[in-house]
Design a protein around this ligand. Structure first.
Ligand code: BES
Ligand code: MN
Ligand code: ZN
Length: 490
């Protein structure tokens, strides 16, 4: 990650506008300079601002989009960026407005004039989210976005609103860094070490090694990693911000640090993308970080299964039968359907040990979910309407696409195996749904549960509203909101 952009909130100094260098971004609404700063800028530019506000270009902008006056006469600034945003803008529009400013950051001085806009903190959050840049492996001096001054009427109030948002941004960046990191660097050991470092934040982190996993009977998980030089691990992260003794909410993530497919090896084209196959674990880690940073008043446990799926002389074969921790035996039809094998054991362990009040797992589980939903929505599968609806509501509020998928006994029936209890793969048709049913075999009926298939949303090939191309951190915001609204007794 590059240096994250530093945002400072200050009052608007009308007298200083003329001499400001770099870029001035002005939040505008309507066709007249409505605020004191806008009127001052209009005076200094001899009416150019008003003409711009009344232009067709301005009228054509959608909420949050911007236009620009280059080298405006009467100002020392090199550019005056006009960002269209109504006072009654939605949360998402406000974030987009901030993102419009982030897209133009070049390391120079930037002053974002938001005056008394009620969503100034959301604008700043959108700016920070979009200004993320993964430059860890660029040999040239990493990009620096410098500092952005956000000029507002009441800086203390806005800064107080922005503080919990900074915790969310930091969680999202943690997820994005993990997902963007290549697999030669983010090995299972390295991943576990990065999670262990979160002890500093007050998270209790335990790393279960292969011998312990074997004792627990997690042979489904261990089978996936047995062809890799990197040891398989389960990492347990506990945040206990709620009442002592209250059962936690559980988050479970698929952490396949690289997925070659194993002996059922994937084609070469695009295989490099499989560095993101730990995306579910990455989101769980990011949410835990956010909860700790904002000292969330909830008990939440995050569990991730970290493995690498490699072909090797010791690798698991198609046709192998493994016994899961639950005792259910699995015929491994396809070693590339490995995520469900990892999750089967971690889901079971989570319930046996923590008796959670609810459980959500995240996984880059199937290519089929991309066929179904593209990259706009995560596929949501659930055994509990109340939890599912609460999650969908939280995701919608955060602008993170999520769409509920069907489940049913007809799909479950396809899991039947000739020689074991179930198979790990049953063909292309409804592939995401049968995968969800496989997971459900390891979820107790009384535990409210959602499975989020993030194969299409964890990483994008092009820029999106709040992220440059690459890892998105999809889900951190929604899960943070879900926990805040549903488990923090508010
Ligand atoms: N990690 C993949 C799924 C995936 C595909 C994630 C594309 C992100 C982008 C998963 O382990 C996998 O290989 N799934 C197989 C399942 C099949 C063998 C039943 C798939 O989707 O083809
Ligand atoms: Mn696979
Ligand atoms: Zn995979």
């Amino acid at each position: 990650m590059s240096q994250p952009v530093e945002v400072r909130f200050q009052t608007v100094d009308l007298a200083a506008l003329e001499a400001l260098r770099g870029r001035i971004a002005l939040i505008c609404d309507g066709d007249k300079p409505a605020s004191a700063a806008a009127r001052a800028l209009n005076r200094l530019t001899k009416g150019a601002l008003t003409r711009a506000l009344q232009s067709k270009e301005m009228a054509d902008l959608k909420p949050g989009e911007s236009m620009e006056l280059a080298f405006p006469t009467g100002l020392q600034a090199d550019a005056l960026q006009l960002v269209r945003l109504a006072r009654k803008a939605t949360l998402h529009e406000a974030r987009l407005a901030g993102a419009s400013v982030a897209k133009r950051l070049d390391g120079g001085q930037v002053t974002l004039v938001a005056e008394a806009h009620p969503r100034a903190a959301d604008i700043a959050f959108g700016l920070a989210m979009r200004a993320y840049d993964f430059s860890a492996h660029k040999s040239a001096t990493p990009k620096s976005f410098g500092a952005v001054v956000v000029a507002v009427a009441d800086p203390e109030k806005v800064a107080a609103e922005a503080a919990p948002m900074a915790a969310v941004a930091e969680g999202v960046f943690f997820t994005r860094d993990l997902v963007n990191e290549p697999a030669n660097i983010l090995t299972t050991d390295d991943f576990a070490a990065r999670l262990a470092a979160m002890q500093e934040l007050g998270i209790d982190v335990e790393i279960l090694e292969e011998d312990q996993l074997a004792k627990l009977g997690m042979k489904a998980l261990l089978g996936v990693g047995q062809g890799s030089e990197s040891p398989s691990k389960v990492v347990v992260m506990q945040w206990r911000g709620g009442a002592e003794g209250d059962a936690p909410f559980a988050l479970v993530g698929k952490g396949v640090v690289f997925d070659t497919g194993g002996i059922s090896i994937k084609p070469a084209g695009g295989m490099e993308e499989m560095t993101m196959d730990m995306g579910g674990a990455g989101v769980v880690a990011g949410v835990m970080r956010t909860l700790a940073l904002r000292r969330a008043k909830a008990n939440v446990v995050g569990l991730v299964g970290l493995v690498e799926n490699m072909p090797d002389g010791r690798a698991q074969r198609p046709g192998d039968v493994v016994r899961s921790m639950r005792g259910v035996t699995i015929e491994v039809i396809n070693t590339d359907a490995e995520g469900r094998l990892v999750l089967a054991d971690v889901l079971w362990y989570a319930q046996e040990r923590f008796k959670p009040v609810g459980m959500i797992n995240l996984a880059t589980l199937t290519g089929a979910i991309i066929v179904a939903l593209g990259h706009e929505n995560t596929g949501v599968f659930s055994n509990d309407d109340a939890l599912c609806d609460a999650f969908l509501k939280a995701a919608a509020a955060e602008g993170e696409g999520a769409w509920r998928m069907p489940m049913g006994p007809g799909y479950d029936a396809k899991l039947k195996s000739r020689i074991a209890d179930i198979v790990n793969s049953c063909g292309r048709d409804g592939g995401s749904i049968t995968a969800a049913h496989f997971l459900r075999r390891f979820v107790k009926d009384e535990v409210p549960w959602c499975h989020l298939d993030i194969a299409g949303t964890a990483l994008l090939k092009s820029d999106s509203a709040l992220a440059p191309r690459g890892a998105t951190g999809w889900g951190v915001m929604a899960l943070n909101r879900l926990i805040r609204d549903r488990y923090e007794g508010k």
